[in-house]
Design a protein around this ligand. Sequence first.
Ligand code: BES
Ligand code: MN
Ligand code: ZN
Length: 497
Amino acid sequence: MADLVQLWNAPDEPLDCLYLFTHDGANPLNGVVLPGASGKAIGRAVAELGVRGLEGEALVAAGPTREFRRIACFGVGKAEEFTVHTLRKLLRRVLEQAGRNREYQIAVAIPVPVRDVAPEQVRTVTIGELALADYRFDRFRSRPDEATKVDAVHVVPLAGEDEKGLGALIERARRLDALVRLARDLGNRPGNDLDPESFATEVSAMFAGSAVRVTVMGAKELAKDGLRGVLAVGKGSAVEPRMVRLEYRAKKPRAALVLVGKGVTFDAGGISLKPAAEMGEMKHDMAGAAAVVAAMRQVAETEPPLKVVGLLPLVENLPSGSALKPGDILTMCNGTTVEVENTDAEGRLLLADAMAYAARFHPDVLVDLATLTGACKIALGSELAGMFANDDDLARQLERLGHSTGDRVWRLPLLPEYRNLLRSEWADTKNSGGRWGSLPASAAFLARFVPEKVRWAHLDIAGVAYGSTSHNGLPPGATGFGVRLLLALLDELGGRA
Ligand code: BES
Ligand code: MN
Ligand code: ZN
């Protein structure tokens, strides 16, 4: 990851490139505070380039000043069409191009408004996106390409900014960047590298000695506490299931929050085996758990005035001679019996147990994140997560925070009627019904396991947690969806809005 630094003074050595942006032919230096005495020379170079600001336009001038070896100017198109997504795409392109050109030290000046971001938020969002723009997952490249890595991005100040203010924004962007990267890295690791055992071990190590207490529950502890849903889904794998409990409590907590993240390190579907095409994508089926880990890191580092508990049920859903079978009946952690209609509807079995188990922490608010249904991906694509909530205020809060953080959610109906789709002849409910209504049915199923009087929101992130290709300026693979949203929620509940 490139280091983010401020650029107030002329650098000792010239930087490799200064990146400028313009829309509708506006002067790209408007509102930009350039270091050193080269403002005029740069202005002339930019004028000579003759950028019109068309989208996708990129022009480069070589060697004009003492501060910068060259200057590049990108057009961003019409100001009213410039959104977070176009910003992200653009910055990713800049970092890629800089890497390819072997530019190790670059400066970036972005005085451009972003249509879907409130004016007072634009700078925060822009610098946050800048920090993430060079993310790539190269853990498994035998020779990671060091030559295409930018070492430092120098942020050019804008008019009215000071060192302290810009420093704070950069610091915040660094934090966010580290946490989103953590969630993406976990999300991208394949099943042979990250399984319930290694996931639990690594999370334990990550929180050792921090304000967050970690407990890893193995098969024995799961059985003792009656988490038979988690155990049942894990039966087909040679690696035992786990549940990781991450607990934090401030002296005088203002609220108690439990976060549950679906942690299926690989989902083959079990005996109800998935088709081979695209099955490999199911290595991302633990993206919910990854987002919760990142949020708990934030808790460990900032110690907010809250009680926060993260629950990560971790399993591998595989077919085998010992696997869970269709027709099996389970008695879940809260006593509800479930007939397994489809072993591929495994996520809700894990979540149900973890959510019922959450009762012992007496939460005011319970939020779960899960790559739960293909139906949600069909309904909302990759633009929005599906949200179901039993509380209007919590739903509105998450909608609002989703909008301001870019982790957008869309509320869908939580109606008890949908339970009828999961009627079982033999047990209290089935884990899956027919095709129609299967998305709201999944939420109606989960609702049975929400502890009494707890405000709850379920986020189905199946469509947004990863992409098979790059889109909206996101890298291919895990997106880290949910991290920013959870951080914003933690801030608000802790009174640091
Ligand atoms: N992990 C999948 C859901 C999923 C599908 C996530 C596609 C991302 C992309 C989940 O465990 C699953 O298999 N759900 C089934 C439920 C069905 C059997 C009721 C589904 O969506 O098909
Ligand atoms: Mn499944
Ligand atoms: Zn799954």
